[in-house]
Design a protein around this ligand. Structure first.
Ligand code: MG
Length: 401
């Protein structure tokens, strides 16, 4: 008898204070279901609606083993494609179907993807501080915990040091100064390298905070500090400028956490303009497009560095790890930890030991959601305006966060 989808639904929960969206796909086989990450934490409501109101009626009754066909069905069904809302909704279904088919085959998903290329995946973690000394102290703490790769940032994403002189009547917002940012970051790395030497690989995230020509200048000035990579030096709207950075600085470049459309990454990869692709897997539509993207990258010498902040659910982190284990051109995995009570709500979280993340070897993604436990951590008013993305430059102009 064929195994078909009987229900598709989005579950919202915020166990660690960040709103998460996980999709559960139930099947006609008793006890068989799968889970997938659909977390677009800034817009939880529209993703939930896309899943419950649109994908559920489209998918109930379809065979669970047609992952590829179902992915394209969902992708084409809205006629207008892409966008983080639609891609996250599709990702929830897609990852759940990989989970279901792993369980049916009695294999972990990494096995379905071709098997392990490595036993554990190296992670980087984030160290920040108000000054270079505090950043250094936090790097050393992470090193003691066995973390081998550390991303260094001054005060969150930087540029907050100088009290901005604003025009009268300026709007409320999260102010930062791109000049302060660009001047302080090289000094921070100079200090950290002078104390630490070059044994530990360091990374940095520009978070698209500066003008393109400043990104060129920053990359050049960071060259002596031998970064593992420089992350999101440009906004997706400015990617043509990567060629300028390439001409002038031998700094490995990572790009793509905001990408949602294949045209955003294609020319960067085939023209050797980046070194690491760091898309957010649920934002591009799940495991199915991510494994193809990894294969495209492999052909052009680009490695993976999938986005892994706290607004990826543990289910999404598990999907990251299964892909990381199975793709030859894995580079590094961003990891933000599983603070309590995440492991209680999501039994089967990947395990971090001595700087490496390990998947458990259970069939499927090896992770579940305890819905009773998840219900104890409601997302609350998820429509309230988000503050940190209301960024402004010193003169009050709204800026990219
Ligand atoms: Mg980033």
């Amino acid at each position: 008898m064929k195994t078909v989808i009987t229900n598709v639904r989005a579950i919202l929960t915020a166990p660690a204070g960040i709103g998460l969206c996980v999709v559960k796909v139930e099947t006609s086989e008793p006890g068989l279901y799968g889970v997938g990450c659909a977390t677009f934490t800034q817009r939880l409501g529209p993703v939930k609606s896309a899943v419950d109101d649109h994908l559920r009626p489209l998918l109930v009754g379809r065979e669970v083993d047609r992952i590829e066909d179902i992915w394209h069905l969902c992708y084409q069904n809205s006629y207008w494609r892409n966008s983080p809302v639609l891609n996250n909704a599709i990702s929830g279904v897609d990852e759940a179907l990989w989970d279901i088919n792993g369980k049916r085959a009695n294999m972990p998903v990494y096995q379905l993807l071709g098997g392990k290329c490595r036993e554990g995946v190296a992670v980087y973690r984030h160290a920040d501080g108000r000054d270079a000394q505090e950043v250094l102290d936090n790097v050393l703490k992470l090193k003691e915990q066995g973390i081998a790769y550390v991303r260094c940032q001054l005060g969150g994403y930087g540029g907050i040091g100088r009290q901005p002189r604003r025009p009268e009547g300026s709007q409320h917002g999260a102010y930062f100064d791109p000049d302060v940012y660009a001047l302080t970051v090289p000094k921070m790395f100079e200090y950290i390298r002078s104390k630490l030497g070059y044994d530990i690989p360091l990374l940095h995230d520009v978070h698209e905070r500066i003008a393109p020509i400043e990104a060129v200048r920053l990359a050049k000035s960071l060259e002596p500090y031998r970064l593992f990579f420089l992350e999101d030096a440009l906004a997706p709207e400015d990617v043509d400028w990567f060629a300028r950075i390439r001409e002038q600085a031998a700094v490995p470049l990572a790009m793509g956490e905001l990408f949602t459309h294949p045209l955003e990454w294609r020319s960067l990869i085939v023209n050797h303009l980046i070194d690491f692709i760091r898309v957010h897997i649920s934002d591009i539509g799940g495991i199915t497009p991510a494994r193809k993207l990894a294969a495209l990258c492999e052909a052009f010498g680009v490695r993976t560095a999938f986005h892994g902040p706290g607004d990826v659910s543990p289910v999404g982190h598990a999907a990251n790890v299964h892909l990381d284990l199975a793709v030859q051109n894995f580079g590094i995995q961003e990891f933000s930890g599983f603070p309590d009570p995440l492991p209680e709500v999501f039994p089967g979280c990947p395990d971090l030991r001595n700087g490496y993340l390990y998947a458990n070897d259970k069939p499927g993604l090896g992770i579940d959601i305890d819905e009773k436990s998840a219900a104890r951590y409601p997302v609350g008013d998820f429509g309230r305006p988000i503050e940190w993305t209301q960024s402004r430059w010193p003169d009050g102009t709204i800026a990219r966060p």
